[in-house]
Ligand binder design. Structure first.
Ligand SMILES: *Cc1c(COP(=O)(O)O)cnc(C)c1O
Length: 405
């Protein structure tokens, strides 16, 4: 038997921005025996998770759950709504936006990639005015969809989706709005209905705190209408049959039963805390994390404070320091995984995840690991980020009443 001796003492710090650490409650729920996916108990589970997940997307419309990674749900969003050769306007926020565009090309669509030059686009959110300007020029309405990433996990930038909706409306353009919030959902504020999104794509292993393996499409009436004439080939991803069967809590094929147990538990955890409280917790941890980074004297990848991500913080390493060597030092010395720099940012940054099952002390331990690792790697720090972050977190805490009775 293969010896898996990679479990040193204590828990591993999985501080990549997804998969995020899976809470024990969810792991236990997932260990229930697998049941008959056509039996009565399954239907009740199906109905419960399908109703609960709508609250997370803030939608009254169907949410499709696929037994697939987020990438599969990207494909579902495109193939259900578009036809071969359709023009789509995509926005370059970073690596994930780039991968979605590659997929659009592979599927036979004609994506146009809008964005700011060089890495500038990878440091700022979606510029809605550029989208409006481009759509105004498309008087013949050749562009069938606008695709944007809400929380760009490769950089730590959370774009303003309501502004993109306003841009499309201001241009009087009928294009569908497709949004990837794979890493934003349940950590950053998201409103599928209110923001007029036609398809929202998400996944299980980020803010929902589940292992990888299920993903989602929240769909609008307009998207369903478009799906009736969309001609890109699809079978497994087709919405019609799954939405029809979901009405009774079942799937057309074997769904991921144990991950649905986990989803049921995750929904209970998030909705008990309250979605708005969950967002506030993430916002506060992100603030403390950013304070640590600036106190170290390092630069945050996101250059526009209005779109700082509550999910993760991208840390740019100084000239002459390979970010991946620093990550390796931290992994080997402190058993902590940090996110690597992706695409254009390879070697130039690392990413600290503070999403999902995260609290003050997990963040403090994470920052301590970073600070020790940066010092070991020889990076000259301007000050102690750990100390600065502690002050941010403690400033908002209740002090004890020390009056003697
Ligand atoms: C993680 C992620 C993906 C890819 O999801 P997989 O589950 O790895 O297929 C796509 N987009 C964003 C923004 C992500 O964070």
């Amino acid at each position: 038997m293969l010896k898996l001796d990679f479990h040193p003492a204590g828990r591993h710090f999985l501080q990549i921005p997804g998969p995020s650490p899976v809470p024990d409650r969810i792991l236990r729920a997932m260990s229930y025996p697998t049941i008959d996916h056509r039996g009565p108990e399954f239907g009740a589970l199906g109905l419960q998770v399908l109703a609960g997940i709508k609250k997370i997307f803030k939608t009254e419309q169907p949410v499709v759950i696929y037994p697939a990674s987020g990438t599969g749900a990207w494909e579902a969003a495109l193939t259900n709504t578009l036809s071969p050769g359709d023009a789509v306007l995509m926005y370059e926020t970073g690596h994930f936006a780039t991968l979605w565009k590659k997929m659009a090309e592979a599927l036979g669509l004609k994506p146009e990639f809008l964005g700011l030059p060089g890495i500038e686009g990878w440091r700022r959110g979606v510029q809605a005015d550029l989208i409006e300007e481009r759509l105004r020029k498309d008087s013949g309405h050749q562009i069938k969809a606008v695709c944007v990433v809400h929380n760009e996990t490769s950089t730590g930038v959370t774009s303003d989706i309501a502004a993109v909706r306003r841009a499309i409306d201001a241009a009087g353009h009928p294009a569908l709005l497709l949004v990837d919030t794979i890493s934003g959902l349940a950590s950053a504020d998201y409103r599928h209905d209110e923001w007029g999104v036609d398809v929202t794509v998400s996944g299980s292993q980020k803010g929902l705190m589940l292992p990888p393996g299920i993903s989602f499409n929240a769909v609008s009436k307009k998207a369903i209408e478009a799906s009736k004439s969309a001609r890109l080939p699809k079978a497994f991803w087709g919405w019609a049959e799954i939405i029809e069967m979901n009405a009774t809590g079942y799937w057309p094929y074997t769904p991921n039963t144990n991950l649905l147990y986990g989803l049921n538990e995750a929904l209970d955890m998030i909705l008990s805390e309250g979605l708005e409280n969950t967002f506030a917790r993430h916002e506060r941890l992100a603030q403390a994390c950013r304070k640590a980074v600036t106190t170290w004297g390092l630069e945050i990848q996101c250059a526009d404070p209005a779109v700082y991500s509550p999910v993760l913080t991208g840390v740019m390493t100084p000239e002459g320091f390979d970010a991946d060597a620093i990550r390796k030092t931290i992994y080997e010395n402190f058993d902590m995984s940090l996110g690597t720099g992706l695409g254009k940012m390879k070697g130039k940054m690392f990413r600290i995840g503070h999403l999902g099952e995260a609290n003050d002390l997990t963040l403090m331990a994470t920052l301590a690991g970073c600070e020790m690792g940066l010092k070991l790697a020889g990076v000259k720090l301007a000050g102690s980020g750990v100390q600065a972050a502690m002050e941010v977190l403690a400033a908002q805490k209740k002090k004890p009443d020390l009056k003697v009775a």
